[in-house]
Design a protein around this ligand. Sequence first.
Ligand code: IPM
Ligand code: MG
Length: 371
Amino acid sequence: MSSNKKILILPGDGIGIEVMNEVLNVIDWMTKKKSVSFDIAKKLVGGSAYDIEGDSISDTTMDEALKADAVLFGAVGGPQWDNVERSKRPEAALLRLRKELDLFANLRPAVVFDALANSSPLKSELIKSLDILILRELTSGVYFGQPRGVEKINDFDEKAIDTQSYTTSEIDRIGRVGFDLAKKRSNKVTSVEKSNVMETGMLWRKTITKLHENEFNDVKLNHMLADNCAMQLVRKPKQFDVIVTDNLFGDLLSDVAAMLTGSLGMLPSASLGAINEKGKRPGMYEPVHGSAPDIAGQDKANPLAMIMSFAMMLKYSFDMLEDSKLIEKAIQNVLSKGLRTPDIKQGNEKAISTKEMGAAVIEELNIISGS
Ligand code: IPM
Ligand code: MG
């Protein structure tokens, strides 16, 4: 029987490879214990692909990604590729995937597990039970705006240009996703921009206001300037439910939000497109943490954000809500038992390795599913 769950696995570079190995064990577990059939293909991406295939993502791999039902992405980048030309840099693969799959909606939930309330640099009463969602626009803004480049002005001066641009429809479509998501949560959207200094910020505020008035006035909406939002996230994070923002502000604010949860190693993400003519929504799932070259290859990385990204895939791409919750529950239990990778340990707590954490999640899955 052919599977309708065709997953393309792209481990990438650095710790991406290590954390992906742990998620592959979880996928294996699901296949055996839950009789789900996934159709798995694995390809190179990022620096690893550049070294062997001459580009950070080959056309064949891109094609596979377009044909897959979902893409599971590890992380890309590392200092050894710092001098590679921009279009072939590891990060270029990520941007190409986002753009060609048209994954405009990037969901970055920041959830504080009770057991980790003391791992955050913020006081535990500020972040205990925190559950916020950063919704980042992912296919436009300054990441893709034209013109961009560097011009030589004279022997001394060069001029570098990036362009921040947004259209009404681009803002409208991400706004809709934000309001829809809020309805299933605490019904509150904070729209974040810099309308005090930027043209795109003014259009952003106008478009979200209009959309709210016309179609979503049952959802609570407030507007906030991006610098204030960064401050409010560390001052009083529980005031937020869904934060909707552009590509660059979303990049920055999601790193701030990650630290509220204790570690970047705890933040998963889903990047979703619009439902296509085949009735499918393209999706790519990746941890927010990146390739962490400083700890790569040392079996120290936290695999939980990667495993939670797979749980998001089950939820958003395959409608397997129960199984997605099962994985989250297993992670919650593992943390309650005091198991910690180095990034989330406190003081003299003993740290376990990437592989041990992965194995602990599998063991917990066995316990809670009674197998
Ligand atoms: C992220 C990352 C990427 C981004 C990099 C690796 C290109 O920081 O996904 O947040 O800037 O979008
Ligand atoms: Mg980032």
